[in-house]
Design a protein around this ligand. Structure first.
Ligand code: 4AD
Ligand code: MG
Length: 458
């Protein structure tokens, strides 16, 4: 049986024979009896198994070590005096897979840094069992939200010939021999490469999602994205997941509304589906987490222009290493200060046009674009989005200003030629959403197998 089912129906199972299988999280053996704490991953909670000298292989079972896989048959017994309402009194225990003494995950406090060195075993801790369960639930929640809102899902390609952000942070994909590159007129000849042209891993599925929005009205993509950005921070990974909805006949206000509804939906859904895990994070990871999240469900989100944000920072009396300045990007410390001042999520809108991507729509002031970033405590920039430039001449002008050859994105310009619409979309950093939801601060911990500069294990 799954331990999850025992917790669901435990009152009906008292005095009944049950059998479980799982891994030993802790073992306390006494002279004539012992306690095994068993977890099988189907429930966050472990079950206590009590055994006595009467079981046939008593002396072997006494030697079972933490980390071993076992099977237990026994009777469910009520334990009103314990934290858990029941335990299993064993009739027989089989050791399925033993675990030697050097098992790294001993029942004591390990640092997260140490646990990062054993990503194949760190799941077998309370923290990572809770985290990766919530991560899995959140995947489903994303799809539920967009399906409920009538969005059509598209899996944007992972190998692509376009740089969707125009930022040049690309991982190249090639099968050319690196020690003997084919040359033509002194340049590498990509017509000899696997696809016949230069390709890389995608940095964003936005442009393909826009194609879907121009037929289905609402489209979204949700998948892995890759950035060769040498940022060693707690919130940057080289491979991360992004959710990117795109809506035709929409503007900046639409995406502020939809993204707020999405964030609230995701919080609500996870609180509902993972109450035990979320209570664990609240108790052991971030005190006050549940209050923080519940407040987000009912409070309005602050909205301010980039100009107002800089003014607010300058007037705040806070000390900054980098002085906030009009026309300049927000540094991490500025984002942190803004969410502190607002005591919750903040949308910063209308950004200076030079510091944002080429596809963003120029505002009438000619100086700013109709963009938004949603900043939240802990995770910093959780969402980035904008209204898209739907006017072909202006889009082409912006492309050139950003050094992008319009010919390379002819198909993208075509969308403006054939039935162009005002449209808008955004990208939610899935891994940052997990940071926000769980209070676990480092992106290296919310991703099962993180990829960051100089680090690609497994
Ligand atoms: O702001 P970004 O770069 O925007 C885009 O890629 C747009 N194409 C999105 C769109 O409008 N469809 O990235 C969007 C979000 C960020 O707000 C952040 O949450 C996350 O993706 N993100 C990262 N997460 C982890 N590691 C990184 N290196 C990230 N870079 C961006
Ligand atoms: Mg951004």
């Amino acid at each position: 049986m799954d331990i999850r089912d025992l917790f669901k129906d435990w009152t009906a199972l008292i005095d009944q024979e049950v059998s479980i299988e799982g891994w030993v999280r802790n073992h306390r053996d006494q002279k004539s009896f012992g306690f095994l704490m068993v977890n099988d991953g189907t429930d966050f909670r472990t079950i206590q198994v009590v055994y006595e000298e009467s079981i046939p292989n008593f002396s072997d079972i006494q030697k079972v070590r933490v980390g071993a896989a076992i099977m237990v048959q026994g009777v469910m017994v009520k334990t009103p005096q314990n934290a858990q309402p029941f335990e299993i009194k064993a009739r027989s225990i089989t050791e399925v897979g033993s675990s030697p003494e050097d098992y790294p995950i001993q029942p004591k406090r390990h640092t997260r840094e140490f646990l990062r060195t054993v990503p194949h075993l760190r799941l077998r801790t309370n923290l990572f069992t809770a985290l990766f369960k919530v991560r899995s639930i959140l995947h489903h929640s994303i799809h539920s939200f967009f399906e409920s809102q009538g969005f059509v899902h598209v899996a944007a390609p992972i190998i692509t010939s376009s740089d969707a952000e125009g930022a040049g942070e690309l991982f190249q994909v090639t099968t050319l021999p690196l020690d003997k590159l084919p040359k033509k007129d002194g340049e590498i000849d990509y017509s000899e490469d696997f696809f016949g042209n230069l390709t890389h891993l995608t940095v964003s599925g936005q442009l393909q999602a826009e194609i879907f929005a121009q037929n289905f009205k609402r489209g979204y993509t949700f998948g892995p994205t890759f950035r060769a950005e040498n940022s060693n921070t707690k919130t940057h990974a080289s491979e991360f997941w992004m959710v990117e909805p795109e809506m035709a006949f929409s503007d900046l206000n639409t995406i502020i509304e939809v993204s707020k509804n999405m964030v609230q939906f995701l919080i609500k859904d996870v609180l509902e589906k993972a109450p035990v895990e979320m209570a664990f994070f609240d108790e052991f990871v971030e005190k006050g987490l549940l209050d923080k999240l519940n407040k987000v469900l009912t409070s309005p989100f602050a909205v301010m222009t980039h100009k107002e944000a800089i003014d607010t920072l300058l007037k705040s009396g806070k000390k900054f290493e980098i002085l906030p300045a009009q026309g300049k990007d927000l540094a991490t410390e500025h984002e942190k200060a803004l969410v502190e001042i607002q005591d919750g999520p903040v949308y910063v809108i209308d950004w200076p046009e030079e510091i944002k991507a080429f596809y963003m729509r120029l505002n009438d002031d000619q100086k700013t674009v109709a963009a938004m970033d949603l900043l939240v405590p802990g995770a910093g920039e959780l969402i980035g989005g904008s209204q898209r430039e739907e006017r072909p001449d202006l889009l082409e002008k912006r492309m050139k200003a950003f050094g992008i050859d319009p010919k390379s994105l002819q198909w993208y310009l075509d969308l403006r030629k054939y039935g162009s619409t005002p449209h808008a979309g955004f990208g939610l950093g899935f891994d940052r959403m997990l940071i926000y939801l769980t209070g676990v601060e480092n992106i290296r911990d919310v991703i099962p197998f993180p990829r960051t500069p100089k680090n690609c294990q497994f």
